[in-house]
Design a protein around this ligand. Structure first.
Ligand SMILES: [Zn+2]
Length: 215
């Protein structure tokens, strides 16, 4: 079966055209919204993040790019889950954090992502967007098989940067990433924490533990 895909971005919609055969053309229109999934809401305010957790800048202004990261602990036997932490960081702050990490750590993380995501793409070339929050991007492990996990979204001006710009990582993969950080990088994360007055104590603790990684 010959299959051609054409992606047309028109603000909030993605139009997918499948050519099923030379004689029959079927047009399937899937509208993938750019709305940020409610999973990424600010849990305290129970609405979308509107300010950077570090510098308080307005995230809803046009073209402001930012990242949201949330971590969850799952209870056994599908008895629900608990939010461990959440943060929204503008690109300026994320860039400053990244600038403090060692070149070696960044290269290690980048190589790890490339290798693991390549393996997953080989195994599943066209993942359904509906599984993005239910399956680890880098291991393919299902949510039901994890004790902890983290979700990430790349956003712009109060919306997703693109319909697929969010993913989740399993506890095992995050452990592997933490193992790639050098001592220098851990020291710099501590320094960044100390330099940012006003950061909540629980966030400082995460920085000092090296548990928070802005990718
Ligand atoms: Zn900021």
């Amino acid at each position: 079966m010959k299959k051609i895909k054409l992606f047309l971005f028109h603000h909030v919609s993605l139009i997918k055209i499948h050519v099923l055969s030379s004689h029959s053309i079927s047009i399937i229109i899937n509208v993938f919204t750019l709305d940020i999934p409610s999973k990424f809401d600010n849990s305290i305010l129970e609405k979308k993040f509107s300010n950077c957790s570090v510098c308080n800048s307005d995230l809803t202004s046009f073209d402001q790019e930012y990242l949201i990261e949330k971590a969850y602990k799952r209870f056994p036997d599908n008895l629900g889950e608990e939010l461990l932490f959440e943060i929204a960081v503008c690109f300026d702050c994320a860039g400053r954090m990244k600038g403090e990490l060692s070149k070696e750590s960044l290269e290690n993380i980048s190589t790890f992502f490339q290798e693991k995501s390549f393996e997953q793409k080989q195994a599943n070339p066209n993942p359904d967007p509906s599984i993005l929050l239910n399956q680890c991007l880098l291991s393919g492990k299902n949510l039901g098989d994890m004790q902890e996990y983290q979700v990430y979204a790349h956003c712009r001006g109060g919306q997703l940067a693109d319909p697929h710009s969010y993913y989740m990582l399993s506890d095992k993969i995050i452990e592997e990433i933490q193992g790639l950080l050098s001592d220098h990088t851990r020291d710099q994360l501590q320094k960044f924490s100390d330099d940012n007055i006003g950061m909540p104590p629980e966030l400082k603790k995460l920085f000092s533990n090296g548990d928070l990684i802005i990718l």
